[in-house]
Design a protein around this ligand. Structure first.
Ligand code: NAD
Ligand code: GLY
Length: 356
């Protein structure tokens, strides 16, 4: 098993990564201090993995909350539904919530954990590639508002993250590709060597080689843990993790949550950010081409929806959480392995890349 620590003083926690962890009693039981837990999952993940987790929790008093599946349910209605069930099930301040599912379940459960009785412990058990490499680590919790994605939320760190690579075996290929967008993101913003390794191992990853997947999840979690440990609340370097998200959130909101997957929108957003960088002469043509080629190799869309022009993107991007004093801040790659946060992307450049 690999263990990576997110170093945040008294809120530090481990990320454990291996195959078979979901059925390991040792992974879970020691962490449920009060002996009471509530698993929050959804109707897709429940039949696949709940029984295995319940067996690992043998001896713990466990209740289950099962939500409808999908990004369109990451909202205040489901937040209210979960808190109601917690109250009905007599959850208390020492009850541990366990988020079993992808990023939607993790973000929503984390936000409930942050708010319920002003904060109760929670464990992330991510079951999608995207949630294993990104959303389960770092304590960003949230629900969506019709006017903007992740607009209502809190920074609230989990007590631990338990990643069982085996769960990726049941992930639909489109969801796997969406997770690869966030994986490629780490290569572009932080680690040129990792980017090159991805280029060399596309087929092994698409074939779900456990050894390759474990390396990918481990490297991404190492990078994320390092960044979050330096900048938990996104005052600086953590903003780089939003590469592709300013454009991507606009696509998700315009298309209706759940129609384009989050990772698909991020992949396309990264292509737009790279094109902006090229127009500004901040990256070379060969770096631009390598980025687009790798995103395409993982079957991710690289073109924005046909009808989405500059005006439509701008309407959505004004609501982005990175807008400060009225200026949109973009994450722009400056090479493979490096990126910057900047307000300095001129309107004519945005018009060129968004109207083409
Ligand atoms: P998701 O949670 O909707 O999961 C994708 C689909 O896969 C769902 O239908 C889910 O039920 C299903 N699923 C989950 N595990 C499965 C498995 N093992 N086998 C088969 N099916 C499985 O989507 P996601 O891509 O995991 O997460 C996207 C969400 O994460 C978005 O809401 C995004 O905003 C959020 N996010 C948050 C952060 C953060 O830092 N908190 C970072 C990135 C993304
Ligand atoms: N996924 C962006 C972040 O965690 O900061």
């Amino acid at each position: 098993m690999s263990t990576i620590r997110v170093e945040l003083g008294e809120r530090s926690y481990p990320i454990n990564i291996d195959t078979g962890l979901l059925s390991s009693q040792d992974s879970f039981k020691a962490q449920i201090k009060s002996g009471k837990a509530i698993v929050v999952t959804n109707e897709v993940v429940k039949p696949l993995y709940l029984d295995t987790l319940l067996a690992a929790l043998d001896g713990v008093e466990v209740n289950v909350v099962c939500l409808p599946d999908g990004e369109q349910h990451k909202n205040l209605t489901q937040f209210d539904a979960v808190t109601t069930q917690l109250l009905e099930q007599h959850a208390a301040r020492d009850t541990t919530l366990i988020a079993l599912g992808g990023g939607v379940i993790g973000d929503l459960t984390g936000f409930v954990a942050a708010c319920f009785q002003r904060g109760i412990p929670f464990i992330q058990v991510p079951t999608t590639l995207l949630s294993q490499v990104d959303s389960s680590v770092g304590g960003k919790t949230a629900v969506n508002h019709p006017l903007g994605k992740n607009m209502i939320g809190a920074f609230y760190q989990p007590q631990s993250v338990i990643i069982d690579i085996d769960t990726l075996k049941t992930l639909p290929p489109r969801e796997f590709a969406a997770g690869m967008a966030e994986v490629i993101k780490y290569g572009i913003i932080y680690d040129a060597e990792f980017f090159a390794w991805l280029e060399d191992n596309v087929q092994e990853l698409k074939d779900l080689s456990p050894e390759h997947l474990k390396y990918v999840v481990q490297r991404c979690c190492e990078i994320k843990a390092e960044i979050v440990s330096k900048d938990e609340k996104e005052h600086g370097i953590r903003a780089l993790l939003n590469l592709g998200h300013t454009f991507g959130h606009a696509i998700e909101a315009e298309q209706g949550y759940g129609n384009w997957l989050h990772g698909e929108a991020v992949g396309c957003g990264m292509v737009l950010a790279a094109k902006a960088a090229y127009e500004k002469e901040w990256i070379s043509k060969s770096d631009l081409d390598r980025m687009i080629a790798l995103i395409k190799l993982f079957d991710l869309p690289v073109d924005a929806p046909e009808h989405m022009n500059y005006d439509i993107f701008m309407q959505h991007m004004q609501h982005d959480k990175k807008v400060l004093s009225g200026a949109i801040r973009f994450i722009i790659p400056t090479a493979i392995g490096e990126a910057v946060v900047t307000k300095d992307v001129e309107h004519h450049i945005l018009q060129n890349i968004l109207n083409s």
